[in-house]
Design a binder for this molecule. Structure first.
Ligand code: FAD
Length: 618
């Protein structure tokens, strides 16, 4: 089944995405306009992305001492993506956007992630510009965001530093007011920045006229010390090349220097950089002497209020994390489709009949073997289930932005609880799908002659960036399930129970409904037991097994809801694809959901085997 038909089913027959058009914001849209966006994205992904996925893996970005060199195909992909209008898909018509629901935007972007996850980095620019639309001044929106939406400029997110990855409170990049008139700059209060930012994706290249870095940094206090903790973090726009209020390049380079490229396991189409801000390599003299009297210090313009940097960044976090989840799903899906094709055509072995194997008979394609079917069904259940969850969350984002006040509030809280799952679950299990895709290929899967090893390498990133697995797990058990007195958890429980109650009425789903109800009860009990002593060290000692069990239960719920939509189809639609969907749901219930028992046991026992292990005993 193609990605497009899976999306059509999930969006239109399960999530009723067409009903979004009844909202004033989306009233100009129809199923036809949504489909037109999908067709454009599918075509560009097929023509400009997929054929070059291997090329961008083998022709890694390199630095010639002056510029970052990327393959020509990357330029073509970038241009086609910008011309498609997807950079500003969600923006207002009056700002040149398409005013698309996020659900449709996320689904449309999945075509690109599946064709070549790393050739384009457009979603970084979109995230950067969307943030400026939410928190920037009118001038910042006009000069920076609008030029990112048009594709003239591109954007980055500069959070991490060599010594501050998961622990952003330790950010040490320093921003000091730039001259007496610093507060009067029309582009925003002007600062000089000094520090190092590590792992910055799309941090240097020649794909666009300019690169707009969004940088987290701290403003020193009167004692010239940096404030401790995350509350002291502010956000700055730091363009690679300085611009005037008309958005034109002034001809002066900002003091942002490429210190080096990171050579990665996968995702090689996107350049990844260590950037030095303010070391004096490109002195800026137009605004005065800078940090050393000779122009050192990267010029940065404050976004929002001092100390509100993380709050501004986190405004976009749900969408960024759903985006990571979708990328993980699409890599899993790409591996699934490759291994399915392979399994249908690779002859190997013979079935066992009552008299054993008959060596005179031709070999069968490996898809005839039960274990290969198991590996294919596992991949299908991970990837289609995770895609459904991602779209469900995307639909909640639209509800949060355009629903009634009550519905919007409910969507906000549900997203708080579900986003760690939407990001982390596909990162772990669609990566496992990639591993199974290699296994289906046997030895051939372990070579570079087939695409599946690259999908695995590309996907390995997703458990690391946008909050590591461990950090997401602590966010879920340490914060999200507790917040607002557990109201988010209660809302989710209500939705799970509603699905189970409906499924209870459908004979072929009754057993799944009972299994889901029991699983949710186990999760609830383990949540309470984890916090029984009230001590975070006890509760969070097994946060990752909790995340895994919680995620598997959420996926079981999503699969049951999708199965309900499938059984509601009329008889003329009951074709092989729906049988496959029901079987993937059954696989999840029979082979996956029972795993939660072991994961939750250590959580409920507040098992300290790992937490208490002395470091010197390893
Ligand atoms: C390819 C790539 C692209 C990236 N792109 C960007 C980008 O564009 N912009 C950007 O700002 N960053 C980017 N990152 C950085 C990424 O977000 C960080 O790598 C990530 O946040 C982890 O930080 P770290 O690498 O310093 O690991 P660390 O924080 O040192 O973590 C190492 C390990 O320790 C665990 N750990 C850390 N703290 C705790 C704790 N308190 N409790 C339990 N376990 C803990 C982690 O879970 C992890 O397993 C990128 C990274 C990569 C690899």
């Amino acid at each position: 089944m193609s990605l497009r038909s899976t999306l059509d089913f999930l969006l239109y027959q399960w999530l009723d995405a067409e009903s979004l058009n009844q909202r004033p914001r989306f009233a100009e849209h129809s199923r036809e306009t949504f489909d037109a966006v999908f067709e454009t994205c599918e075509r560009i992904a097929r023509e400009k992305y997929a054929p070059f996925n291997r090329l961008v893996d083998t022709q890694e970005p390199h630095f010639d001492g002056d510029k970052v060199i990327l393959p020509q195909a990357t330029y073509e992909a970038q241009k086609a993506y910008a011309e498609s209008g997807m950079l500003s898909a969600a923006q207002d018509f009056e700002h040149g956007g398409m005013q698309l629901p996020y659900t449709i935007e996320a689904a449309a972007n999945s075509f690109f992630a599946m064709a070549s996850v790393s050739i384009g980095s457009g979603m970084l620019s979109t995230g950067n510009a969307n943030l400026l639309m939410a928190h920037g001044t009118p001038m910042q929106k006009q000069v920076f965001a609008s030029n990112e939406f048009s594709g003239r400029f591109s954007g980055t997110m500069c959070l991490s530093e060599p010594q501050a990855g998961s622990s952003l409170s330790d950010v040490a990049t320093r921003a000091t007011p730039d001259g007496e008139d610093f507060a009067q700059d029309p582009l925003g209060a002007r600062y000089r920045m000094r520090g190092n930012k590590m792992w910055i994706s799309a941090g240097d290249h020649e794909l666009t006229e300019n690169i707009i870095h969004l940088v987290l940094a701290k403003i020193p206090g009167p004692d010239s010390q940096l404030p401790a903790g995350t509350r002291g973090i502010s956000l700055f726009i730091v363009p690679k090349k300085l611009v005037n209020t008309a958005g034109e390049l002034t001809g002066e380079r900002n003091d942002v220097a490429l210190a080096g490229l990171n050579h990665k396991l996968g995702w090689r189409g996107t350049v990844n950089t260590l950037l030095n801000f303010g070391e004096g390599k490109y002195p800026v003299v137009s605004t005065g002497g800078g940090l050393d009297g000779k122009g050192a210090g990267a010029v940065g313009y404050l976004v929002g209020q001092p100390g509100e940097g993380l709050r501004c960044m986190f405004h976009m976090m749900n969408e960024a994390r759903i985006g990571v989840g979708i990328a993980a799903v699409m890599l899993g899906q790409a591996g699934y489709e490759a291994s399915l094709d392979y399994a249908k055509t690779r002859p190997q072995g013979r079935p066992s009949g009552p008299a054993g194997k008959d060596a005179t008979r031709p070999q069968v394609p490996i898809i005839e073997h039960a274990d290969v079917k198991r590996m294919l069904l596992a991949q299908k259940s991970y990837c289609e289930g995770a895609l459904a969850l991602a779209l469900y969350c995307a639909r909640l984002v639209d509800e949060q932005h355009t629903g009634t006040p009550d519905a919007a509030d409910e969507a906000r809280l549900l997203l708080e609880v579900l986003t760690p799952i939407a990001k982390s679950w596909p990162s772990e299990w669609c990566l496992e799908a990639n591993s199974l895709a290699i296994q289906v290929h046997g030895g051939y899967g372990y070579t570079r002659d087939f695409p599946v090893e690259q999908y695995w390498r590309d996907n390995r990133l997703n458990m690391i960036h946008e909050g590591t697995h461990g950090i997401q797990a602590m966010d879920l058990l340490g914060r999200k399930v507790l917040m607002e007195n557990g109201r988010g958890l209660a809302l989710l429980a209500g939705r799970i129970q509603a699905t189970a109650a409906q499924a209870q009425q459908v004979p072929e789903l009754t057993a799944h409904a009972a299994a889901l109800t029991a699983a949710w009860q186990q999760v609830t009990n383990a949540t309470q037991a984890a916090w029984a002593t009230g001590k975070p060290v006890d509760a969070l000692a097994n946060a990752v097994p909790y995340l895994q069990a919680f995620g598997h239960t959420v996926l079981a719920w999503i699969w049951l809801d999708v199965a309900l939509a499938t059984v509601r189809l009329d008889a003329s639609q009951l074709i092989a694809v729906n049988i496959g969907r029901m079987r993937a749901a059954a696989y999840f219930y029979h082979y996956e959901l029972p795993k939660i028992g072991a994961w939750l046991q250590v959580v409920a026992n507040r098992d300290l085997t790992c937490a208490d292990m002395p470091a010197d005993a390893f």
